[in-house]
Design a protein around this ligand. Structure first.
Ligand code: APR
Ligand code: PHB
Length: 391
C-alpha cells in the first residue's frame, strides 16, 4: 500500500492531522494500536484554548464544541483558607477558555474521519518504522495475523509518550529533558452537579485539589496522592471526604457527592524531546512532550503542533516548499517550552512536595500571595492559561 502521510496514533494529534490534510487533498492512513472503543473511552483533561477551538473549526469539527462547550472567563485559586478569582478574560485582553472533554474532541474527530471514509486502522500490532531518513519511509504492522506495509512520503509520529515513533530515532540524534514529580493525581468523574461554575485550584496542607467539570451535570475532581497508592484504597467515600477537607468551607458545604463513574491515578511528568523531526519522521503531541496537567496544556500543545505540521505538509504538497518543514521543530519548541515552564510553575506553586522545608512552604505561600495581589502577576497567569499565540 502507498499513502502520502502515514500517521501513527489515533489520539487527538493523529486524527486532527489526518482531518486537516484530507481537507487539503492529502492522503493519509492512520494506524492505531488500541481498539476504537478503548480510544473513545479514555478520560483525559478538558480545557481548550481559543486557538485549539479555532483549529477544530478549521478542521470542520467545531459544531458540537461550539454548542456544548462551556465558556469560562475565570478560575478560582485557594490557599491558606482563602479563595481568590483570577479574571482570565480581563487579564488576557479578552480571551477565554472552553471546557469540553478531550474524550469529546476525540469522538468528534473520529466521527468526522469515518464520515469522510478515512483509512483508520485500529488494533494495528507491532507497528514499525523503516528508512525514516530516506526519500520513501515505510511503516510495517500486523493486523488480524497478516503483515502489511505502507510506503509513505512522510510519517507523523502521533503515538503518545509510550509510542514507537520517538524510539525509532537514533538516540544519538535526540536530546531529552525530563522531570518526574514525586506525586500523582487521583481523578474521579461523577454525574453530580459541579461544585462551582468555575474551576477551583487548591493549595492545601494535605495536598493539591482541583474541581473541574465536563458539563453542568458531570463533575471531574482531582486530589494529589502518592503515585504508588493502590486504587482499592480509595473507595468513593474516602475520596469525597478527603476532597471536602481540602476545599474552602463554602465549596465544601455545597459539594454534591455520588458514585464515581471513572477513577484513576495519573503520574505527573514534564518531558521534551528535541528535535521533533528526524528525516521524514515528524513527532507531534505527547510523542514529543509531556506536561503535568496543572496548567491544562497537554491537548492544547498537541493542537499547536498539528497547526504547524499541517501547514508545513500542505505548503510542501501545494508549492513544494520545504521552509516550513525545516522550521517545524523550532516553531513548535518555542511554544512548547513556554507551556512547559507554565505547567511546571503551576505545579510547583500548588502541590505539597515531600522534600519541602518550612522555608520552601513559606516561599510557596509568598508566591501565591504575590500572585493574587498583583495585577501584573494575575495577567501573566491569565495570558498563559488562555494560551500563548500559535505563532
Ligand atoms: N502503534 C500505534 N498506535 C500507538 C502506538 C503504537 N506503537 N503507541 C501508542 N499508540 C496510540 C495510543 O494508543 C493512542 O491512541 O497513539 C495514540 C496517542 O494518543 P494520545 O496519547 O492521546 O496523544 P496525542 O494524540 O498526542 O494527544 C495529546 O493526549 O495524553 C493527552 O495530555 C495529552 O491531552 C494531550 C493529548
Ligand atoms: C480536567 O477537567 O480534567 C482538567 C482541568 C484543568 C486542569 C487539568 C484537568 O488543569
Amino acid at each position: 500500500m502507498r499513502t502520502q502521510v502515514g500517521i501513527i496514533g489515533a489520539g487527538p494529534s493523529g486524527l486532527l492531522l489526518s482531518q486537516l490534510l484530507d481537507l487539503a487533498g492529502i492522503e493519509t492512513v492512520v494506524l492505531e494500536r488500541q481498539s476504537r472503543d478503548y480510544v473513545l473511552g479514555r478520560i483525559r483533561a478538558g480545557v481548550l484554548e481559543q486557538g485549539t477551538v479555532t483549529l477544530l473549526h478549521r478542521a470542520g469539527v467545531g459544531e458540537r464544541v461550539a454548542r456544548e462547550g462551556l465558556i469560562h472567563t475565570g478560575i478560582e485559586l485557594c490557599f491558606a483558607g482563602q479563595s481568590y478569582r483570577i479574571d482570565l478574560e480581563g487579564g488576557s485582553g479578552g480571551s477565554v477558555v472552553t471546557v469540553y472533554g478531550q474524550t469529546e474532541v476525540t469522538r468528534d474527530l473520529t466521527e468526522a474521519r469515518e464520515a469522510a471514509g478515512a483509512q483508520l486502522v485500529y488494533e494495528a500490532e507491532d507497528v514499525a518504522l523503516h528508512d525514516i531518513d530516506e526519500e520513501r519511509p515505510r511503516i510495517t504492522y500486523r493486523k488480524d495475523g497478516r503483515e502489511h506495509e505502507i510506503a509513505c512520503d512522510f510519517i507523523a509520529g502521533c503515538d503518545g509518550f509510550h509510542g514507537v515513533s520517538r524510539r525509532s530515532i537514533p538516540p544519538s540524534q535526540l536530546k531529552t529533558y525530563e522531570r518526574v514529580y514525586p506525586f500523582g493525581w487521583l481523578g474521579v468523574l461523577s454525574d453530580t452537579t459541579p461544585v462551582s461554575d468555575e474551576l477551583i485550584y487548591v493549595n492545601h496542607e494535605k495536598g493539591f485539589a482541583l474541581c473541574s467539570m465536563r458539563s453542568m451535570t458531570r463533575s471531574r475532581y482531582y486530589i494529589q496522592c502518592r503515585v504508588d497508592e493502590p486504587l482499592e484504597e480509595w473507595p468513593d467515600d474516602r475520596f469525597w471526604e478527603d476532597l471536602k477537607s481540602r476545599l474552602p468551607e463554602a465549596a465544601a458545604s455545597r459539594l454534591e457527592t455520588g458514585p464515581s463513574i471513572e477513577k484513576s491515578i495519573a503520574p505527573l511528568r514534564s518531558f521534551v524531546a528535541e528535535p521533533m523531526r528526524h528525516g521524514r519522521l515528524f513527532l507531534a503531541g505527547d510523542a514529543a512532550h509531556i506536561v503535568p496537567p496543572t496548567g491544562a496544556k497537554g491537548l492544547n500543545l498537541a493542537a499547536s503542533d498539528i497547526h504547524f505540521l499541517s501547514n508545513a505538509l500542505i505548503d510542501f504538497h501545494d508549492k513544494g516548499g520545504t521552509d516550513l518543514l525545516d522550521s517545524y521543530s523550532r516553531d513548535c519548541l518555542n511554544r512548547i517550552w513556554k507551556a512547559e515552564r507554565f505547567s511546571w510553575w503551576m505545579t510547583s506553586m500548588l502541590h505539597r512536595f515531600p522534600d519541602h522545608t518550612p522555608f520552601d512552604q513559606r516561599i510557596q505561600l509568598a508566591e501565591l500571595s504575590y500572585l493574587v495581589g498583583s495585577d501584573a502577576a494575575r495577567a501573566a497567569l491569565a495570558e498563559n492559561y488562555v494560551g500563548l499565540p500559535f505563532s
